[in-house]
Design a protein around this ligand. Structure first.
Ligand SMILES: NC(=O)c1ccc[n+]([C@@H]2O[C@H](COP(=O)([O-])OP(=O)(O)OC[C@H]3O[C@@H](n4cnc5c(N)ncnc54)[C@H](O)[C@@H]3O)[C@@H](O)[C@H]2O)c1
Length: 269
């Protein structure tokens, strides 16, 4: 049987863990015995995540931090180390979407706003997180960056988000090489289309239609499917995996989807 018990007791920070993918990762980590620092700009929802984890017997605490602020990132790392005595891992998950429009219609201010969270936030987390993991002499240190399929493929009307996420994949690959000799793995998870609040107020039919167009199986992903990969990457089962940008996307990034007429559709009956 595959054994994930190597993660037990590891101290991990998950950014943007009040909601969506980050919340699912924090819960999955805590269920497997990790000590989790839940961080987010959303105080109320972040506290709720912690309460839910504790109600299920897990260990977690909340620290409010905006990932675009170096001072707050430093505070977050200091909090984890002073509370738990060490740091073993960090999941840079916090991210924001940008409005969809052609590149020339974006302003320089929008560029700064999106980049400061989606790219600079990941850089700051890695910079200060890696330092704390090194100081902790973790034998199973890890960084997981939540990029996107937009970190691997171009997207029309998504120039800002896409460029930030490509940047996250670049940071991941370079840092994997920097820290491979020091027991720290660095990987990116590239989600396809998942059902979270990043969709904002978009009507259900719009979300479903989008899923049918961009997801080969016609479905949105379940956040737990990201959490399971994040758990594997945090475990000793994945110590030889580093510098990878792993899509979780029902195959959306594998290539171009073309309509195919089956000669023997009766196989499905
Ligand atoms: N949902 C998807 O389909 C999808 C697809 C690809 C990539 N992603 C990426 O996954 C990550 C999580 O997305 P999600 O869908 O769970 O989004 P979400 O909106 O459901 O949750 C994001 C969380 O991040 C927090 N946050 C936002 N800005 C922050 C900041 N500056 N500092 C700290 N916390 C902040 C929010 O308060 C929220 O709790 C993001 O990086 C996103 O780009 C999501």
């Amino acid at each position: 049987m595959t054994d994930f018990s190597s993660v037990k007791g590891k101290v991990v920070i998950v950014t943007g863990a009040a909601d969506g993918l980050g919340e699912a990762i924090a819960q999955c980590y805590a269920e497997n015995g990790m000590r989790v620092v839940v961080t987010d700009i959303n105080n109320g929802k972040g506290q709720q995540t912690v309460e839910q984890i504790k109600a299920q017997g897990g260990e977690a605490s909340f620290f409010k931090a905006d990932v675009s602020s170096e001072q707050e990132i430093k505070g977050m790392i200091d909090y984890a180390v002073s509370t738990y005595g060490r740091l073993d891992g960090l999941v840079n998950n916090a991210g924001i979407a940008a409005p969809n429009r052609p590149l020339h219609e974006y302003s320089a201010e929008e560029f700064d706003r999106i980049t400061s969270v989606d790219l600079k936030g990941v850089f700051l987390g890695m910079k200060h997180g890696v330092e704390a993991i090194l100081r902790s002499k973790s034998s199973g240190g890890f960084i997981v960056n939540i990029a996107s399929l937009a970190g691997i493929l171009g997207n029309s009307s998504m120039g800002l988000y896409t460029s930030s996420k490509h940047g996250v994949v670049g940071l991941t690959k370079s840092a994997a090489l920097d820290y491979a000799p020091y027991n720290i793995t660095v990987n990116a998870i590239c989600p396809g289309t998942f059902r979270t609040s990043i969709w904002g107020q978009a009507p259900e039919e719009v979300i479903q239609e989008f899923a049918t167009i961009i997801s080969p199986n016609g479905k949105l992903g379940d956040p737990r499917e990201i959490a399971h990969l994040a758990l594997f990457l945090a475990s000793d089962l994945a110590r030889y995996i580093s510098g990878a940008a792993i899509p979780v996307d029902a195959g959306a990034g594998a290539g171009k989807l073309t309509p195919t007429k089956w000669e023997h559709p009766e196989i499905l009956q």
